[in-house]
Structure formats: C-alpha cells, structure tokens
Design a protein around this ligand. Sequence first.
Ligand SMILES: C[S@@+](CC[C@H](N)C(=O)[O-])C[C@H]1O[C@@H](n2cnc3c(N)ncnc32)[C@H](O)[C@@H]1O
Length: 330
Amino acid sequence: MLPPPPPRQSFPDGDAAIRSTDDDAAHARVSAVRKGYLKDPYIQYLVPRLHLIPTRPPLINIGTYVRSEVIDKLMVKWLDLLDESSQAQIVSLGAGSDSRFWRFTDLPPKAKIVKWIEIDFPEIVAKKALAVRKHSKLSEAVGPDLAIEKGGTVLRSSVFNILAVDLRGEPSEALQPLEVLLSDGQPVLLLAECVFPYMSPETSAAIIRWFTERYSRVSIISYDMFGLGDAFGKVMRENLQIRNIELPGVDDNPTRQSLEHRLHGCGLSETNSVTLKNARAACFPGPEVDRISGLERLDEVEELDLVLGHYSITWGSKDETGAAARWRVE
Ligand SMILES: C[S@@+](CC[C@H](N)C(=O)[O-])C[C@H]1O[C@@H](n2cnc3c(N)ncnc32)[C@H](O)[C@@H]1O
C-alpha cells in the first residue's frame, strides 16, 4: 500500500531500507486486524510491541484488507483446483512477517500442502525464526521436527522452511537450495507479494524463469504497483526516496496488462490480473461489503480509488492440467 508519511530515516545500506518495507506491510496488517477488517490470530506473535503500532487511516486498512483477502481467495481456489493426488508446494518470495502459513494451517486445503518455503534477507528470517522458537502457537503448527540452524537464519521442518537468500543473486546459485526441497511433477505456487518492485525487471524475470524452466507445474500470484508515471506515482516515489527506497521493478509496468506480459515472457501461458480498485468492487459478497463499509467512516472515496487503481494482483500458470484456465477470483 501507499507508504506512511515519511519520518526521515537513515539506513546504513540500501538493503536495510528495503527490509524496512516488511514493517510497513506488517504494521498495516496489524492495523487492519485491530479495526476488524481482517482476522489474524497469529500476527500478535510475529510482530513485536503491537500496542506501539499506530492505527492506519481507513484507506490503508481497506487496501490491506482487499489485497490480503483476494490473494487468500486465489490461493484457496488454486488448491481447490488441484486433483486429489496433487501435493502442493508453496514458495513465498520476500515473505517477511507474513502469517499466511499459519492461517492456512487452519483451513481444510492444508491437507494438500506438503511444502511451504519462505525466502527473505537473513535479518528478516532471523526475526521470524526467533518468533517461531518463542511462541508455541507458531512452533506447534510447524511440527516436532522444527530445527533452527545457521545462527537463526535457516528454519527447517518437513513442511515449513524459511531460507535466507538475496533474491537478486544469480538464480542458479541463489535458488539452488530450493532444488532439494521441491519435487518436480508436483504443483508449485510462487507467491510474490510486493517484492518484485524492489528489484530490476531482469532480476524478477530471471527468478520466475528459473522456476518455469525447472518445474513442469508452476503458478504464480504476484502483487505489485504499476502506472507510477503519473502525479500519484511521483509523490509515492518521492516519499519512498526519503527513506532510501527505490522501485526499480516498477518502471516496466505502465499498465496492469504489462504485469501479465511479464509472466507470459517467463513461460506462464495462462494469466489474469485485477486492480485492488476493481477487486474491491467485484470480489466480495454483499454482506461482506456491508460489514466492511460499516467499520470506519471513509471520506476520501476518490483518493481510495486513485490509490487502489495503482496496485494489481496478477496471476498465471504453466500447468498442463489446464486448471489455470479456470483459475478465477470473482
Ligand atoms: C513490502 S515487504 C512484503 C512482505 C510480505 N510479502 C507481505 O506482503 O506482507 C517486501 C519484503 O521483500 C523482501 N525483499 C525485498 N528484496 C529482497 C531480496 N532481494 N531478497 C530477499 N528478500 C527481499 C523484504 O525484506 C521484505 O520482507
């Protein structure tokens, strides 16, 4: 979502600034949970000092809600479309403090998920591994074979794994640890929720291609900004630049369709996308729309549409079962 107004910060390196975007995402989620938009019984264990996190404006809460719910709906749909014998493998790139693994353990489709692998910078992995070690609500879901290694920068278990990897590295080296964890022939779902904007288009394309060239059944759900060439985009970039954050991955994305083209260029044949603005209008049943609109007074409807119109959830598949063609969120 749109970053919060910038207190000037200085980071020792650009990567610390990129890592700080995990706090933005996690704090926005905390706020959306606090105001009743989302249910997340696990975030309290993953984000420290919850009581000090300020509640975000309605616009941020609504955006966080739409993004989170639509990605969840797509993942459930993807799992539902797999046949009984399929064993789902989820790879979350730039997972940060995301609680989705635990939220999905509470859902029936969990039975089909045999691997859940998260990737982020070592500092973020260490923070999450520490939280898992500390809180039984997290560690019990991971299972009895939980092991935390390499100074806390690797978390392993038979299902859930977190790896410290800089995704900008040459994929043949950076992603090599995945080869022993993933089985070919079984479906792989890549989740890239607001991570590709922080790397060059060539880098994100090389990552996606690494998967599509190695595995026969690959799907992806990606969440990105686009169309930042306008006045809104200029302000957004300026706010981020004050925090030393650049968005090299966004320049190639003038439109929502360009995000789908990126996937086509990386070997994914079935693609689709929806802006958060359109998803808010089309992807929720009436009673849920009523519930959400009763949570907070929203004065800035035009501003909300402007902001949500710059974010897209894009998805696609390389899946010979043809399931991808039926993979719709509405
Ligand atoms: C905006 S946060 C999103 C976190 C999470 N996906 C979510 O949506 O809640 C971006 C995440 O990507 C990670 N990230 C960005 N560039 C990365 C890179 N080159 N290698 C590994 N992780 C990266 C950051 O550390 C951060 O945790």
